[in-house]
Ligand binder design. Structure first.
Ligand code: 13P
Ligand code: SF4
Length: 331
């Protein structure tokens, strides 16, 4: 059945593509590879995607790497297998490209925790403050910022602000608390958090570590301070990957989204990786439900119909570009 782009959008709004027929016999992996060539598209994917999507990526990485890669893309179309703020960032740094994503509903609890109108009121209480925002926020929040950071370069970004200046950090209070400790800078924090990284259970991690005394415990800085305090290493997804490669330990308990284990196992097939346990034993909470909205089927349909597309006004792109480019200049 041939559908116009408008029809595809209507169905996506209603059901997220689920009622669009894909022939059963279609080899999705080959079809996606073919479509990427035909549509002159490159696939950028985050480490939290399903393994099968990671395997198809032209660029696979953490938030910083993907923002840097998006800026350099020469192809006509960027298909972004990640969450919405990442696809938006790609559009902001490379606005002449068409940026599409498999599911428009792939949001982020951190981005959702920071509505622009409330944030404006918050920052207006501190005139002259430097507004440092974690890249996990909307384009509107970025447009209100002095500089953006990711978990890979947050310390460098904070250090780049002259001592004695007032700093507001948003939206992640856990990353913010970690940065206050690491940089020794006093910062005003927005009260946001990541539902995935807040789900880890301190008590169950301690029990697991006792059962695996040789294992190193490693964590993403979006985790709560109680969890971070017992970590052998804290870092972004690429930081965690580098650590497991360079450290001599053979076993690691990993407190971040479980998708990262695919690349860890690929890089270190001889090592063991155990996902850190969450509070609710009945739930796969260490998987980001937003990231996992992207499937091979939706990736195929998104390439086929070149929809849904990230749409941002020129004026928003111009404003949001300034703090992102400040970050990219720092490296
Ligand atoms: P990094 O990719 O910067 O490590 O961030 C993880 C994350 O939560 C992305 O949403
Ligand atoms: Fe957002 Fe957390 Fe999912 Fe990352 S893991 S996209 S911070 S909800």
């Amino acid at each position: 059945m041939e559908l116009t782009s408008d029809e595809v959008m209507k169905r996506l709004d209603r059901k997220g593509y689920l009622d669009i027929h894909i022939p059963k016999e279609l080899d999705l992996v080959s079809a996606i590879k073919r479509l990427k060539k035909e549509k002159k598209a490159v696939l950028l994917a985050h480490y939290y995607q399903e393994a099968e999507i990671q395997e198809l990526a032209d660029y696979l990485g953490d938030s910083l790497y993907l923002a840097q890669a998006a800026k350099e893309v020469k192809a006509e179309t960027i298909v972004f297998a990640g969450v919405h703020f990442m696809a938006e960032t790609a559009k902001i740094v490379n606005p002449s490209k068409k940026v599409i994503l498999p599911d428009l509903n792939a949001g982020c609890s951190l981005a959702d925790s920071c509505p622009p109108e409330e944030f404006k009121k918050f920052i207006n209480q501190y005139p002259g403050a430097h507004i440092v925002t974690y890249i996990n926020c909307s384009a509107e929040i970025k447009a209100l910022s002095t500089i953006v950071c990711t978990s890979s370069n947050a310390i460098k970004v904070i250090d780049s602000i002259p001592k004695g200046e007032t700093i507001i950090f948003a939206p992640d209070k856990n990353l913010g608390q970690y940065l206050i400790k690491e940089t020794g800078r006093d910062m005003i924090l927005w009260d946001g958090s990541c539902i995935v990284h807040e789900a880890f259970s301190f008590e169950r991690i301690v029990t697991l570590a006792k059962e695996n005394p040789k294992a190193k415990f490693i964590a993403h800085p979006e985790s709560q301070s109680q969890v971070l305090n017992i970590a052998h290493y804290i870092g972004s997804t690429s930081g965690l990957l580098n650590y497991v490669q360079s450290d001599s330990s053979k076993c690691f308990i990993v407190a971040t989204e479980a998708g990262i284990l695919h690349e860890m196992k690929k890089r270190c097939p001889e090592k063991t990786f155990i996902p850190a346990p969450v509070e609710d034993e009945t739930c796969a909470c260490s998987e980001c439900a937003f990231m996992k909205l992207n499937t091979l089927e939706k990736l195929y349909l998104c390439l086929e119909h070149e929809q849904p597309e990230v749409q941002l006004s020129d004026s928003l792109i111009e404003k949001a570009k300034i703090p992102i480019n400040r970050m990219l200049k720092l490296g």
